[in-house]
Design a protein around this ligand. Structure first.
Ligand SMILES: CC(C)(COP(=O)(O)OP(=O)(O)OC[C@H]1O[C@@H](n2cnc3c(N)ncnc32)[C@H](O)[C@@H]1OP(=O)(O)O)[C@@H](O)C(=O)NCCC(=O)NCCS
Length: 152
């Protein structure tokens, strides 16, 4: 059975294990245990028959805007609708918080389009994103990721 639940601090070790390979490839930004702990309330986990198979975070930037970030589904379980279900779960949470827009910075254009995200120019992203996160990325400043936004 697939379920979604909020993360807690005891999940951090398995979350780090799940994301390790994509961090090494540079697809997902590395975050220390303490950094994950600081924003632990932003994370939602996908649990399949009791096993952690994916997670992502809804990170709030302003009264209007949030980011869907650190999205990962376990290799071998991709392409089965789990990622889409997880993002929809985060969009539901965003709606409960009365967030107006949610963006993602990604290489997965078709995936986000299938959920209703539209491509925007990276210049429209909040400055905090660039200076807090992008600067830590090994692809900065020449980045091929696409900025996408979902408007409620
Ligand atoms: C990107 C990722 C999260 C997608 O999760 P997933 O569970 O495999 O995706 P889903 O099965 O829910 O796919 C949802 C839709 O997107 C499409 N899609 C997913 N990945 C795709 C891809 N690489 N290319 C084209 N379409 C894709 C699916 O065909 C599906 O379309 P449909 O609903 O019309 O049938 C997953 O592949 C992953 O963890 N990748 C590695 C890490 C990564 O890239 N994270 C994103 C960082 S922003």
């Amino acid at each position: 059975m697939l379920e979604f639940r909020k993360a807690s601090l005891k999940d951090i070790a398995s979350m780090q294990e799940l994301v390790k390979l994509e961090v090494e490839k540079g697809v997902i930004l590395p975050r220390s245990n303490d950094e994950v702990a600081t924003s632990i309330r932003s994370y939602t986990l996908a649990i399949l028959d009791g096993e952690l198979v994916g997670y992502s975070a809804l990170y709030i930037y302003s009264v209007e805007l949030a980011e869907i970030r650190s999205l990962i589904i376990k290799d071998g379980l991709r392409g089965k609708g789990i990622g889409k279900g997880l993002v929809k779960e985060l969009l539901k949470e965003a709606l409960e918080f009365d967030i107006k827009k949610a963006f993602a910075l990604t290489y997965q254009k078709a995936f986000f389009e299938s959920i209703g995200f539209k491509e925007i120019s990276k210049e429209e992203l909040p400055y905090q994103k660039i200076w807090a996160d992008c600067i830590k990325c090994k692809h900065f400043p020449v980045c091929n990721e696409i900025a996408m936004i979902y408007t409620f």
